[in-house]
Structures are given as structure tokens and as C-alpha cells.
Design a protein around this ligand. Structure first.
Ligand code: GLP
Length: 242
């Protein structure tokens, strides 16, 4: 089973997640952060930027690894996850950009780039705190239903439902990437601590399946049940089917 907490709204839930990041960042020793994109973590990053600005929260000892990146967008594309991270976090705090990692989607050979990412991840000493969102189909990172538990960083095809829900960020449907490089389930499970943030009614079924359902490739987030230190932070809507 997975421990979870329910908060009245997205902002309060985001502040509790920001507290976990503040704890690891305040340790004073080198920290490896596992970061996520999507609309869900925006307020977490907003809160961390605010704490950097107002309370002196420092990222100077931190390095980071993002879960995933789209394949097929030109470098600097506003919807690329590298751009997202600069816009919402990296450009507003004192993190060393050279220590921020996202999969290299512009290499000639995407699978070699994935292997290299996995190697860097392992060499980093491991993620201290991994932030996750969840797809309406239970995906974490871009590990869609059907993903195996022992999967590592690799090239994946996005599920049709994921392509559909991502359309809102692009001008036309044909611009939505069909593939990505994502950390695998095994890559994610090596993190020392994992926090999954989910808000809104659209996530309620995926959240209930992850926490209470069988451990199954049908809901990749259910694999988290076998992680020793995972916590779901939810708002009331996302918790409504528990
Ligand atoms: C995206 C990302 C995931 C994210 C999920 C939910 O496609 N690759 O990391 O958790 O889908 O996104 P959102 O938070 O916008 O609902």
C-alpha cells in the first residue's frame, strides 16, 4: 500500500511537496533532485522560486534529472521540457545549469542517448527526492500502460490518449510529438524518496488504481506500491475514488 495525504486544494498540496524539497535542499550536502513537468508541478516550482527569493533557499548544492523529454521538437521549442524547466525553475534559482539533466533528444542515436542518461543517473549516486505527476491512464514519466517493471531509460511511443491530452499545448494536432525518451520504472524506483502529486477529478481513477489496485502494467503508477518510501500528495478531487 502507499501512504497518502489529502489537502483542500492544489496550492496547499503544492506547498507540502515544496516542503519535502526544502528539507532535502536544506541538508547542506550535495542533493540529486528528480524533476517532473506537466501542469501539476507548476505551483511546486512557483513555491520553490518564492522560497529562493524570500527565504534564501539555495539550489547551489543540487543537481537534477528530469523524467522525460519529447523527441522531435527542435532545440529550444517552447513546449520542450528543457524550456519548461528553465521557464518555471532553473532560470529563477541558483542551480548550476551544467548540473541539470534532461534526456538528449538531439543526439543522432536516441537509444544510445537513453543509455547514456541511465548511466549518468546511476553515476550521480541516485535521486534523493523524485517528484512525479500521473497521467489519467496511470503513466509516470512517459511509462505508458504495458510498461515492464524492469524498464530503464529508453525511447517510447506515446499512448493515443497522451497525445490527445497534450494537444492543448500545441497549435495543431500534427505538431504533438509521438515519441519521447523517458526514465523507466526501474530508473524511477531507485530514488530514495518519491512524492507523487495529483490534483483534479480527472486523476481520481488512476490514483485509486495506483494505491488500491493490483500491482500491474495496466497502471504503471501501481508499481510504486513496492517502493519503501513513497508518498502521494492529493487534493480532494484526486482522492475522491479512494
Ligand atoms: C505528461 C508527463 C508526465 C505528467 C503527466 C500529467 O505527459 N510526461 O510526467 O505527470 O503527463 O500531466 P499533467 O500534470 O499536465 O496532468
Amino acid at each position: 500500500s502507499i501512504a497518502y495525504s489529502v489537502y483542500p486544494d492544489h496550492q496547499t498540496a503544492s506547498e507540502r511537496v515544496a516542503d519535502l524539497f526544502t528539507n532535502v535542499l536544506s541538508s547542506g550536502s550535495p542533493t540529486v533532485l528528480g524533476l517532473a513537468t506537466g501542469s501539476t508541478p507548476l505551483q511546486v516550482y512557483g513555491e520553490l522560486c518564492r522560497r529562493h527569493r524570500n527565504d534564501g533557499l539555495s539550489f547551489s548544492q543540487a543537481s537534477s534529472f528530469n523524467l522525460d523529454e519529447y523527441l522531435g521538437l527542435e532545440s529550444g521549442h517552447p513546449q520542450s521540457y528543457r524550456h519548461f524547466m528553465r521557464e518555471h525553475l532553473f532560470d529563477h534559482v541558483d542551480i548550476d545549469l551544467a548540473r541539470t539533466h534532461l534526456p538528449d533528444v538531439h543526439a543522432d542515436d536516441a537509444q544510445s542517448a537513453s543509455d547514456e542518461y541511465e548511466r549518468q543517473l546511476q553515476q550521480s549516486g541516485g535521486v534523493d527526492l523524485q517528484l512525479l505527476g500521473i497521467g489519467t491512464n496511470g503513466h509516470i514519466g512517459f511509462n505508458e500502460p504495458g510498461t515492464k517493471k524492469d524498464s530503464l531509460t529508453r525511447v517510447v511511443d506515446l499512448a493515443p490518449s497522451t497525445i490527445d491530452s497534450n494537444q492543448r499545448f500545441f497549435e495543431s494536432p500534427d505538431q504533438v510529438p509521438r515519441q519521447a525518451i523517458t526514465m523507466g520504472i526501474a530508473s524511477i524506483m531507485r530514488a530514495k524518496q518519491i512524492v507523487l502529486l495529483a490534483t483534479g477529478q480527472a486523476k481520481a481513477a488512476a490514483v485509486a488504481g495506483a494505491i488500491q489496485g493490483p500491482i500491474s502494467a495496466d497502471n504503471p503508477a501501481s508499481y510504486l506500491q513496492s517502493h519503501p518510501h513513497v508518498h502521494f500528495v492529493l487534493d480532494e478531487s484526486a482522492a475522491s475514488e479512494l
